[in-house]
Write a protein that binds this ligand. Structure first.
Ligand code: URP
Ligand code: ZN
Ligand code: ZN
Ligand code: ZN
Length: 469
């Protein structure tokens, strides 16, 4: 394998920023520091004027994800990860009803992932069938490298809905094996009532989605999740936090000793409820759960990531196509409640967070790296193999060009979905070169890697949420 030297860049990790060189050998970072002798390398890249950062870790993606009868786009979109600077994703895999999580993941791996993955990846399980066999299996999950499990507190009436009984039992089992329990925290009952009332009032289009899922719906469920975690004496992780009040519950209960943590997502930092009010059925493109919020909530999410009250920024990439999937909520007898929840965003996370966060002075470059790479790696037990630049870590490296300017458009999208949630966004900076385990896989917006070269990375148990508990 070639030895690659990246010279003269500004190296940025979650803890340091300095001018220096980086040597990649045998898929690992072999040396880091002052001037490294170029004669030791087969290939040299000059990173003068650029930042050299660890490859991003997106701990919240849904490829080939089924929600009811609808399945979103899948791994054919995985080049979008590396081209944008994300070298590892943690993808959610649904447990099949009547099956173990292990066999559901094995099947998913064989049918969907093998031969298609262009980035490295790990898995979270998603509970579809909360029974005693599953609670027992939680104790064995680390044996196959899966160390986190998501339960949906939302979606009353769906097979994947979990009530408090299931969340509590999962939490109790999780601490025996160091698995991290993640919850989608929205009150299923409040939503079910409001959906009917909003539709009955005559609002059937996409904005009804936000009206039937106001912030308090999220705040109540996050609060309940905190009590469940306290009762079980186990950590809990709240995915996709959007509401100021929900974030404050996490912050305040953690300060009182409850092991509760959370992430937010790119769109909850940058897109307001207005996107649901676009003319025609366009608003359906912005239907995701929890719902998009008003600017004061977006501001609160920025403050939370800056201050460490939320630990990570994920994409919640979920590529439901506008034409073939989102239109399930269009036409006679249909309402916003029939629109599949989720939006694509894998390829937009890093450039949008850089532009809005770093360029606009909301977060430092080190904080950026912590939020998009280091903390997600730690939460999922992948650190220090992933999420940092250190001798011995995987050589997942981004050479970032801060001078690039472009506009996000479906025209150059690689994520395989028929629309872009960030269409028209003026982006500053981009991943100029991306290395995955020492191989160049992306070059100035083009995928140059080998399809299927992404590898499964087993997660270690007792990740960051246990450490911080
Ligand atoms: O609306 C969303 N977030 N869709 C993806 C599935 C989930 O709840 O994370
Ligand atoms: Zn057992
Ligand atoms: Zn969710
Ligand atoms: Zn999600």
């Amino acid at each position: 394998m070639k030895k690659v030297l990246i010279k003269n860049g500004t190296i940025v990790t979650a803890t340091d920023e300095f001018k220096g060189d980086l040597l990649l050998a045998d898929g690992k970072i072999a040396a880091i520091g002052g001037a490294i002798d170029a004669s030791s390398a087969d290939e040299v890249y000059d990173a003068e004027g650029k930042y050299v950062m660890p490859g991003g870790v997106d701990q919240h993606t849904h490829f080939d994800f089924s929600f009811g009868d609808t399945t979103c786009v899948g791994w054919e979109g995985s080049p979008a990860a590396v081209v944008s600077g994300t070298t590892t994703i943690i993808d959610f895999v649904n447990q099949k009803v009547g099956s173990s999580l292990k066999s559901s993941i094995d099947e998913y791996q064989k049918n969907k992932v093998d031969g298609n993955a262009c980035c490295d990846y790990g898995y979270h399980g998603v509970v579809y069938d909360a029974n005693d066999a599953l609670f027992e299996e939680i104790e064995h999950m680390p044996e196959y490298g899966v160390t986190s499990l998501k339960l949906f507190m939302a979606y009353r009436g769906q097979p994947y809905h979990c009530d408090d009984d299931a969340v509590l039992k999962a939490l109790q089992a999780s601490k025996k094996s160091g698995v991290t329990i993640m919850v989608h925290a929205e009150s299923a009952d409040m939503i079910a009532t409001l959906q009917k009332q909003v539709a009955a009032s005559g609002v059937t289009g996409p904005i009804g989605h936000a009206l039937s899922r106001p912030p308090v719906v999220e705040e109540e469920a996050v609060s309940r999740a905190a009590y469940l975690a306290e009762l079980a004496a186990a950590p809990i992780y709240i995915v996709h936090v959007t509401a100021k009040g929900a974030m404050e519950v996490i912050r305040d209960r953690y300060e009182k000793g409850v092991a509760i943590f959370g992430e937010t997502c790119t769109h909850y930092l940058t897109i307001t409820t207005d996107a649901l009010e676009k003319p025609g059925f366009e608003g359906a493109k912005a239907v995701c759960s929890p719902a998009l919020r008003s600017q004061d909530h977006l501001d609160a999410m920025w403050e939370a990531v800056k201050k460490g009250w939320l630990n990570a920024i994920s994409s919640d990439h979920c590529g439901f196509n506008y034409e073939t999937h989102k239109h399930a909520g269009y036409g006679e007898g249909k309402t916003f409640a029939d629109i599949p929840n989720g939006a694509p965003g894998l390829e937009n996370r890093i450039p949008v967070v850089w532009t809005e966060g770093v360029e606009k002075g909301k977060i430092s470059r080190k904080k950026f790296v912590e939020l998009i790479a280091t903390n997600p790696a730690k939460i999922n037990g992948l650190f220090p193999q992933k999420g940092t630049l250190a001798v011995g870590s995987d050589a997942d490296v981004v050479i970032w060009d801060p001078t690039y300017k472009g506009t996000i458009s479906i025209e150059n999208s690689l994520q395989g979905c028929d629309y872009c949630a960030f269409e028209g966004f003026d982006q500053i900076g981009r991943a100029d070169k991306v290395f995955l385990r020492g191989e160049l896989v992306a070059d100035a917006g083009k995928y140059v890697g080998e399809k299927g070269s992404g590898k499964f990375v087993p997660g270690k148990p007792y990740g960051l949420c246990y450490e911080l508990a």
